[in-house]
Design a protein around this ligand. Structure first.
Ligand code: FAD
Length: 810
């Protein structure tokens, strides 16, 4: 066994084997995999191993395409061919028009990744899958490349290729401990000796937290028991003369695929069970949980009704094994928060279908610092702090119960709610707030007109849109108040703080006391990494001069890692997170100054406190830090208040607001208004796939200074831009353009939507999209595939509302 290597991958299931193989593909051959037992002896060996192309966003679709292409190549390798049923085809069923509309959106989104799904009616479903009845069936989504693979052969093939490229695999070598050294390298302790390495990867499946504990980390991953059975031969399958397509049913929560001349049918029952919460037997190796078909009778009936042939055949094998889930159902693939040189590829609930792609994206991140797609939807740092074991269990159960039921826009599921609240949460609830969840925080989405107001779950505009319109109108004509909780906020102090930020931001960083600026951080490839406001707060009785760095909710761990990893040992900079200590109350509208002046002493006139100013004060009796910034495009103030004083500030503002008819507004109104103003959203419009020029942020880049990512940006500039972010006026009244929707010219995909909302003040359906350069000019006539309808769309200038920015400066 080697005593020193570059990377140690811990775990030899699909996650570990794929990572090892792809590290060699990225050019790193001095890499090692250690497995406590035999390869695939965790979950992988007994997987149903279906391999679909379907995903909820383009990153997921892209990584699944990678799996499919890789598996096909492996299956055709003459030296070590493996069994892969490629392109049997698969159907996701639907029994409502709303589900069909959703499928049309996912087809539009996948088209941008050159993946071609079909939305078919019930008769066509039955024609393609002769075993199914069309009762209570509206139709389905056809995935032409759906199939299944032999999981053990797949892992062996990947390990074999990795070994051929120089990697080593040590079986029967449990990892027993991990030590990180001062220089951020690691020693991996195993029963067979120690291995020193630069980087460790946790790929330990359901034992993820045994290894997590060795580095003092708890990963929000939970195992669930999951069952399928295999039937005896079904004569109709033999007679069909072709392989049966795969089925996935969101109506009765089961899936099926052909296995020999019978079927494999798996279930996602409502009475599901977590597994291993109080520890896992060390001898649970190549093992299964006891059969428990009684638990799945509710969903079994649905499967029998859809495929009556199932009632005629016997069951010859039942498989019940642990499968892992995270809080939002997507895996955790990337850097481990708060750790250096440590990565994970865990929480895979569809690891056979996705594993090829996840290993690919992880290897790219390890070797190059970033992958070819923006991987935020997989980033382990997307949950900050609240992701404990109990919450993870509740969300895992909910996700399991809804396995094939995709989230509709504005659908916020009930499990594990109230994970993060402020003193205002019950107050806003009493005011009728409908809450959405942002990184665990309960955030008011809008205020319901009646207690029993439950808009339809749909991809179209729902019944809440007029409510949102009324909130926008109140802000535009008078004044509104909105709580923005969970907003990320770091306090930076120290003599070198400005110099440090100047190196991190690609634009000018304001040093003037009492002023606020906006800036962008690039990664080492010159692409957009982050966006933050910088507020220079003068010294006061609350502390010395300090900088507040404010960025999107959920960015806390991500931005902290990025900033601290660039701090030089000799730099005098301290960074402290205030994210959970402070909340923002946004006061917006032409009467905002009147309300603020009524509750806070001092001169709030335009001359004394202009746009982009920051000042400490009191709002009523609550200490506050006020910034004159606006995301809505109206005159507005962000009032930052410590949570202990939040209710006091709220009461004072409500009382003062009465004279001006102040109204509460929520996140949906904000979303509509920010699109009208041309403002961006981190991880929607600001992603690592584009540089600041492609994103239209030219005025925030200063090429006459040094900054992280500059040399790569210079190279990109020389190569020329690929795509450009544009604003589109969409001629369509039934639905917004959903993120991911394809932008077209004729039959050709020329771009992808990143954001969309109805702009109530400009009476326009608005969208942002990255489109090919040659169609990015103002006035270009494009179309957007909105849930199967081709909507005409014209490129317009960003920010059609108050383009001269007179209102925010009023
Ligand atoms: C019944 C069932 C059906 C499924 N069907 C499908 C499907 O149709 N399609 C699909 O895509 N997915 C399916 N899945 C999910 C899929 O099987 C898993 O996502 C996948 O196998 C997870 O692989 P992994 O490598 O993350 O974990 P594992 O396969 O569990 O591998 C983890 C490895 O880490 C090793 N390890 C743990 N601790 C240590 C240590 N201390 N030192 C060294 N090694 C260690 C373990 O021994 C193990 O080999 C199914 C799962 C189940 C249970």
């Amino acid at each position: 066994m080697k005593s020193r290597t570059k990377v140690v991958v811990i775990g030899g299931g699909i996650a570990g084997c794929s990572t090892l193989y792809h590290l060699t593909q990225e050019g790193w051959s001095d890499v090692v995999l250690v497995e406590r037992d035999e390869l695939t002896s965790g979950t992988t060996w007994h997987s149903a191993a279906q391999v679909t192309n379907f995903g909820m966003n383009q990153t997921m679709v892209g990584l699944k395409t990678h799996s499919i292409n890789l598996y096909k190549e492996l299956s055709e390798d003459p030296e070590y061919p493996i069994n892969y049923h490629h392109a049997d085809g698969g159907i996701r069923l639907a029994n409502t028009e709303e589900q069909m509309m959703g499928y049309r959106h996912f087809a539009s989104m996948a088209r941008g990744m050159d993946v071609h799904f079909e939305v078919i009616d019930a008769e066509e479903c039955a024609r393609r899958h002769p075993l199914i009845s069309t009762e209570n069936l509206v139709g389905g989504l056809w995935d032409p490349l759906d199939g299944d693979i032999d999981p053990a052969q797949l892992c062996q093939a990947l390990a074999r290729r990795a070994r051929n490229a120089g990697a080593e695999v040590y079986r029967n070598t449990p990892v027993t401990g991990l030590t990180q050294h001062k220089d951020d390298t690691w020693t991996v302790h195993t029963v067979k000796g120690d291995i020193d390495c630069d980087i460790v990867v946790n790929a330990c499946g359901y034992r993820v937290n045994e290894v997590g504990a060795m580095m003092g980390v708890h990963h929000p991953v939970m195992s669930m028991e999951h069952q399928y059975f295999l039937t005896e031969e079904i004569p109709a399958i033999k007679e069909a003369g072709h392989r049966m397509p795969l089925l996935r049913c969101p109506i009765s929560d089961y899936y099926s695929r052909q296995e020999k001349n019978g079927l494999l049918v798996g279930f996602y029952e409502q009475g599901c069970k977590t597994w291993g919460m109080d520890g896992i037997d060390p001898k649970f190796v190549n093992a299964l949980c006891p059969d428990d078909l009684d638990r799945v009778t509710d969903v079994l009936e649905g499967a029998f009704a859809r495929m009556p042939a199932l009632m005629e055949v016997g069951i010859h094998t039942v498989v019940n094994g642990p499968i892992t889930y995270t809080i939002d159902g997507a895996p955790l693939v990337g850097p481990i928060p708060g750790k250096r040189n440590a990565f994970c590829i865990i929480g895979l609930r569809a690891g056979l279908g996705e594993g090829g792609g996840h290993g690919w994206l992880l290897a790219q991140q390890i070797v190059h610092g970033e992958a070819c797609y923006d991987t935020w939807c997989l980033d382990p740092r997307r949950f900050t702090g609240h992701a404990n074991v109990e919450l993870t269990a509740l969300k895992a159960i909910e996700d399991y119960q809804n396995e094939f039921r995709f989230h509709f826009p504005n659908e916020h599921r009930p499990a594990g709610r109230m994970a993060k609240t402020t003193p205002l949460t019950p107050v806003l609830a009493a005011e009728g707030a409908e809450f959405t969840v942002v990184n665990g925080w309960e955030r008011a989405e809008y205020f319901k007109p009646a207690k029993e107001f439950h808009p339809t779950h749909t991809f179209g505009f729902d019944e809440a849109e007029p409510v949102v319109a009324a909130e926008v109108k109140a802000v535009q004509e008078g004044v509104g108040l909105c709580e923005v909780n969970g907003f990320n906020r770091f306090e930076l102090t120290g003599a070198d703080a400005h110099g440090f930020l100047d190196r991190m931001f690609c634009g000018l960083v304001t040093r003037r006391e009492g002023r606020v600026g906006l800036g962008y951080l690039l990664n080492h490839h010159g692409m957009i990494k982050g966006e933050a406001t910088i507020a220079n707060i003068p010294a006061s009785d609350r502390g010395g001069a300090r900088i507040w760095y404010g960025s999107a909710a959920a960015s806390e761990f991500h931005d902290m890692d990025w900033l601290t990893s660039h701090l030089r040992a000799d730099e005098d900079v301290q960074i402290r997170s205030l994210t959970n200590e402070q909340t923002i109350l946004v006061l917006a509208g032409p009467k905002a100054r009147d309300v603020l002046s009524a509750v806070s002493r001092g001169d709030w006139s335009k001359g004394a406190f202009p746009w982009l100013s920051v000042r400490e004060c009191f709002v009523g009796i609550a200490p506050a830090t006020v910034m004159a910034v606006s995301f809505s495009g109206e005159l507005a103030y962000e009032i930052h208040v410590p949570n202990a004083s939040l209710y006091a500030a709220y009461l004072a503002l409500r009382e003062a607001g009465e004279a001006h008819g102040m109204r509460l507004f929520g996140a949906r109104a904000v979303e509509s208004m920010r699109l009208e103003k041309g403002f961006h959203h981190w991880k929607a419009d600001l992603i690592t796939e584009y540089d600041p020029f492609e994103t239209g942020l030219n005025r925030f880049v200063r090429m006459d200074k040094e900054f992280v990512g500059k040399s790569a940006l210079v190279e990109r500039m020389a190569a020329g831009q690929k795509r450009k972010l544009v604003c589109l006026h969409v001629d369509y009244a039934d639905a917004r353009a959903h993120p991911g929707a394809s932008v077209m010219v004729g039959d050709k995909v020329v771009g992808t939507v990143t954001s969309g909302a109805w702009g109530h003040r400009v009476a326009m359906n608005l969208a942002y999209a990255f489109v090919d350069r040659d169609v990015a000019g103002t006035g270009a006539q494009l179309s957007i595939d909105i849930c199967g309808d081709m909507a005409e769309a014209e490129v317009i200038a960003f920010g059609p509302y108050d383009p001269a920015f007179e209102k925010v400066r009023a």
